[in-house]
Design a binder for this molecule. Sequence first.
Ligand code: F6P
Length: 441
Amino acid sequence: MDTQEQFTIPRLGEAKVSSPIKMSLVDGDKIANYVKDDEAILYDIDIRKQDLQEAAWKPRQMEKAGPREKIYFSPSHVHAGIVTCGGLCPGINDVIRSIVRTLWYRYGVKRITGIPNGFKGLLPEYGFSPIELDPDIVDDIHKVGGTILGTSRGGGERTGELTDTIERMNLNILFVIGGDGTQKGALKIASEVLRRGLRISVIGIPKTIDNDLAFLQKSFGFETAVGRATEAVAGAHTEAHSTINGVGLVKLMGRDSGFIAAHTALAVNEANFVLIPEVPFDLDGSNGLLVHLEKRLAERGHALIIVAEGAGQEHLPPTHMTDRSGNKVYNDIGPFLKDRINAYFTEKNIEVNLKYIDPSYIIRSSRADATDAYYCSRLGSHAVHAAMAGRTGMLVSLVNTYYVHLPIETVISRRHTVDPEGSLWRDVVEATRQPVLMKNR
Ligand code: F6P
């Protein structure tokens, strides 16, 4: 059920401390304004006109992110921790840098600790040493990809032990940079903290190249990953274009959501077939991929296929495995498609020259492009403002072009996927001119 309650942000208590950030409360004085607690951003902007006529209908509101005049924590008492979890993603270092600099320079918080190697850095059995952070240490980190803190999958389910360490370290704030699985762990910690009567703010920052976190406009790193993916796809197109019946086949990351594949296809605008997890397809039969590929080669002499890693799993045996983040491990669709395409044309005695490209981790290990770098630095500072104001169990994000607070519980309640009936997929089908559905029924 979609309700206003979905957007209620948990608070640790009343914010009574005057913020050390000198800003303004009045308009027109050319000084940046504090954000007031009654400022909200509407969530529902895509509406049916008839909804507006219904007196009972009200658009849902989200809390606006930004610095408050009154904050919850006394900056001199704050000890903040930062942890980065899950797979790599462009922009992690940018977020760390922004958090450290905002804490240090804006609030005067001087105790900032990096937790090494994800949630495992909070589990004593691993024996990882915490990393002291300050503006000098983070000065140049945004110029490289990866995470200076290290990362890992798993461990987030050991809520009791994680909270014990957080308590032992005397952390007042924990910034958790991660995707879906990580944020589930963060929410459990935030709940356990409250259950124990502690006053520790847990703030998430949405990291994933898959862009599969629901409710928010985009997770950081996604746009850079698309940028790197376009380079691989452009290479595949050049290869395909230069040979007899050349087929470029590119597999892109995107486990359960085809956003990287769809956006890359629209950015390159040269793909003929895009295969994503959300849209099933047949291989054989008169409306299957292979027949349509044959037609395309007969007409144009070359073809470009983009396949998301989670697509077409219905053609492969399940692995029955999950990774340490709890995600299903899929069979490899790329080599499978390559073999099926080659076998089909060999059988028909038609020459094809298929080049298979899997850019794999290259798309997520680079430093952030400008748009992501900008996004990350703003996410980092908004995360600090939220924490200092005593919010918890929430993540900062962009929604409807505004920075807002979203409850983690809401964000992880569903997965963001490409809607096969929505405008993104419609535009992909239009651009590729692939059949609307490659199913024989
Ligand atoms: O979740 C992000 C992601 O890059 C997925 O697209 C991909 O399936 C997965 O991580 C692979 O990560 P790893 O090999 O590190 O588990």
